[in-house]
Write a protein that binds this ligand. Sequence first.
Ligand code: AMP
Ligand code: TRP
Length: 327
Amino acid sequence: MKKRVFSGIQPTGNLHLGNYLGAIRRWVDAQSQYDNLFCIVDLHAITVPQDPRALRAKSREVVALLFAAGIEPDQSAVFIQSHIGAHAELAWILNCYIPMGWMQRMTQFKEKSQRQKGQVSVGLFDYPALMAADILLYETDLVPVGGDQKQHVELTRDVAQHFNSVYGDVFKLPEPLMGEVGARIMSLDNPTKKMSKSETGKGHALNLLDTPDEIRAKIMSATTDSLREIRFDPDRPAVTNLLTIYELFSGLSRTAIEQRFAGKGYAELKQELADVVIEHLKPLQARYRVLADDPSHLDHLLTEGASRVQPIAEKTVTRVKVAIGLG
Ligand code: AMP
Ligand code: TRP
C-alpha cells in the first residue's frame, strides 16, 4: 500500500517559481512513490474577493500547469475542491471542534488580514479549518507544502487528535513533508519577503508563464547587495535566493556553484540563472499551450479526478457523522 499524499494550490494570481520549486516540482518528482491527490482549492480562493470569470479561468490554468509540469493522470488525481461537497461539509463540522484561540495564533491570517483593503471575511479567519477538512477527508499520510503552510498542517493534526480523543479513531494523523532547499523562495525585488501570488509588483515574482524576455529582465534587475563574493550565506538573503534557484534548476552542489562563480560578478550569475530558468520552463510552457488549447480534455481529466476522490471523501464524512451523532 502506497502512502497517500494530499496537497492543494489556490487558483489565484499567477503561479510562480516559489510554487514550482517549493511545491509542484516536488509533487511531480515523488508521484510514483505515493497515491497522490492534488486539489485546486477554489473555496479557499474566495476567502478574499475574486472576479467570478477570472476565478473559473484560473482554476483551469492551474490544472493545465500541473499537468504541464509533469503530473501524470494515472498516478495522481487532480480535482477542483468545490466539485466535492464534502470539503465544505467537513469544514463546518471541524469548526465546531476548533477553539478560537488556536485560530487566532495563525500567522498567515495575521498577514493576510492586514493586507485586505476592504473587510476581512470570517472565511479568511476560518481558512485553516477548510484546509484541515481537505487533508482529513482523504486519510492523508503526507502533506507536501512550502514552509508557510506548516502551521496549518500542525493545526490539522491538533484538530484530528482532539477529535480522536473524544470520539475514538476517526481521523488519520497527517505529517507535513517539506523540502530542505526551496521551501521558501524569496521575492526578487525584496529578498526578505517570500515570493507570493498576492504581490503584484512587476519585479517581484518569476511566473511560470513569463516569456523568456520577461524572465531575463526580472532576473537582471533583481535586488542584490553591495558585497562582491558570490556564495550561499544566510546573512545575504538576496544572493542566497538567486543561488538557491540556480541550485534547484541546475542540480549542482553548493560547492560546485560557488566554484563556478568564484571571481565573477552578479551580472554573470544573473545571466546564467536566466539561462537555466528559461531552459527549464520552455518545455513546461510548450506542454501548457497544448493543454490549454483543449478545454474538453482538461474537463475530462477533472471529472476523472473528482470521481476517484469522491468515494473516499464520502466515506470519511459518513464516519464522522456517525461518530458525533448527526443524522
Ligand atoms: P499558494 O501560492 O499559497 O497557493 O501555495 C501553493 C504551494 O506553493 C504551497 O505548498 C506553498 O507552500 C508553496 N509556496 C508558495 N509560495 C512559496 C515560496 N515563495 N517558496 C516556496 N514555496 C512556496
Ligand atoms: N493553504 C494552502 C496554500 O495556500 C493551499 C491548501 C489548501 C492546501 N488546502 C490544502 C495545501 C491542503 C495542502 C493541503 O498554499
